[in-house]
Design a binder for this molecule. Structure first.
Ligand SMILES: O=C(CO)[C@H](O)[C@H](O)COP(=O)(O)O
Ligand SMILES: [Fe+2]
Length: 216
């Protein structure tokens, strides 16, 4: 399966966002990962829909919006209007996942479900055929620059098996602590979309960092 790299703008310079986005676009990124944090679901605040709308004007990269917010249903329309191409909600943030997925997909946007490190894959059981992507958090969400949690590898492998056994086409994205050491491990485990913040924006040569993460 083709490996896609999604740089996270959480590690970019927010005062020079357009320049930093164009840097990763020119360097071969496949998607742009946008971390939305509300200070409730996670202990940090980042950016909201107006920033997504502004970003959409300065890049052709598909916007992969990772909502780390409570009550995501209340805000889906604003992120859809802002031009998100993929919207991922956390399974822990709402007890009506099916409804959220329907709301996202009926707008023609790809739908993802994210799981915290402590959340079991079993919550996906009923919705797996309805979604386009599962985002496995390999750190506890809220901050960039954290260390990869090794047990995520086994979780990715079990998810990959679950998807294959059911003959489904669902992308597996992994987010948190991805660098040149952990990337080959998550790819081997079955992930096909790799989010990387610090490993991309902290690299002296961004094109090379992206190529290394992709393994090409
Ligand atoms: O969702 C996130 C944090 O909650 C970020 O996408 C993630 O942490 C990326 O940062 P890094 O690659 O530096 O770990
Ligand atoms: Fe993220």
């Amino acid at each position: 399966m083709m490996i896609q790299i999604a740089p996270s703008i959480l590690a970019a310079d927010f005062a020079n966002l357009a320049t930093d986005i164009q840097k990763v676009e020119k360097s071969g990124a496949d998607l742009l990962h946008v971390d939305v944090m509300d200070g409730h679901f996670v202990p940090n605040i980042s950016i909201g829909a107006p920033v997504v709308a502004a970003i959409q004007k300065v890049t052709k990269l598909p916007l992969d919006v990772h909502l780390m917010i409570a009550n995501p249903g209340k805000f889906l329309d604003s992120f859809i209007q802002a031009g998100a191409n993929i919207i991922t909600v956390h399974a822990e943030a709402d007890c009506h996942l099916h409804r959220l997925i329907q709301q996202i997909k009926s707008a023609g946007v790809r739908a993802g479900i994210s799981l915290n490190p402590s959340t079991s894959l079993t919550v996906l059981e009923e919705v797996l055929p309805d979604i386009d992507m599962v985002l496995i958090m390999s750190v506890n969400p809220g901050f960039g620059g954290q260390s990869f949690i090794a047990s995520s590898l086994n979780k990715i492998t079990r998810l990959k098996n679950m998807i294959e056994e059911r003959h489904l086409q669902v992308d597996i994205e992994v987010d948190g602590g991805i660098n040149s050491q952990t990337a080959p491990q998550v790819i081997k485990a079955g992930a096909n979309i790799l989010v990387a913040g610090s490993a991309v924006y902290g690299a002296p040569d961004i094109s090379r960092a992206i190529r290394e993460l992709r393994g090409s």
